[in-house]
Design a protein around this ligand. Sequence first.
Ligand SMILES: Cc1cc2nc3c(=O)[nH]c(=O)nc-3n(C[C@H](O)[C@H](O)[C@H](O)COP(=O)(O)O)c2cc1C
Length: 324
Amino acid sequence: MDSIKTDFSTQFDIKYPIICAPMFLVSTVKMVVNASEAGGMGTFPALNYRPIEKYRQAIIKIKDLTTKPFGINIIVQKSNKYQYKQIDYALDERVPLIITSLGNPAEVIRLSHQVGTRVYCDVVGYEHAKKVADLGADGLIAVGFGAGGHAGNISPLALIPNLVKKIELPVVAAGSIVSGNGMAAAFALGASAVYMGTRFIASKEAEVAEKYKIAITSAACEDIVNTDRVDGFPGNFIRTKELEALGLEKGLIEEIFTKNKRIKRFISLNRAARSLFGDVDSKASYKTVYSAGHGVGLIDEVLSIKEIMEKTIREYKEIKAHLP
Ligand SMILES: Cc1cc2nc3c(=O)[nH]c(=O)nc-3n(C[C@H](O)[C@H](O)[C@H](O)COP(=O)(O)O)c2cc1C
């Protein structure tokens, strides 16, 4: 199939501007390699490989298995005490793309540019986007309402064209894109690439519990619940018994306490630390409850990563050709 030229695919010299998004406890070396080999770009969160030596080995293994570009997602906030090592190892290995979440990316941008690594930053609105653009970011990941994981709260229909209009950087569209119609819509809004997470969980290569894949292929958009009960920050999850067991409604005591901003932040950070750095089999972790975006309603089969990429591109081309 013909390649698709956008600012993003040109920057990284890849065939298709489709990124297999980084997903905590989901993305693996295998997924990254398959996504990049299929013509898109694979990525993974640095925290998926612990201790840090395993993370370095993961990067080396990816480079052994593919010469295609890939990316690493790093939390650049002080809650991530491994961030400097994660950045150093990525840059030692000349990883083509670093994607930052939370925090201030100034230092990672400075260091990355010394070795030719590009930095894209997760943003959920204009204010943060402007800050990272001023710091020298190479691109933006616009995380809109309806995305899997920690979604933003602005509709992609407004977020993407706003960022494209006001900031001169490639914008990657994230949130509920699971097929060619989402890709066509994102490109119509001015995006340079699509960031697909949920769709790739229902892939043959994803090494998640079978129950997770079944939950995705059988869920409807209405089954997605936005809650901060899992890790302290509002995120999208499939309504399951395990999720409901966390208590989706606030208790009276929490309702009273969380009226105080400092206590609310304390509770949030505690939940986040427990989820990111704690025992992944504990009650509130991404292993026991299933994060997914609103796009689940359109996913009804488990395919290989290559099949997903090619199907998306095929659908995109067909939709583009028949737009009224
Ligand atoms: C299970 C899961 C885990 C995620 N973990 C991360 C993460 O560690 N870092 C990050 O930047 N985004 C994370 N995300 C968000 C994705 O990178 C991406 O923004 C999102 O999946 C796009 O929306 P979609 O799932 O509707 O395609 C996660 C998403 C899911 C579904």
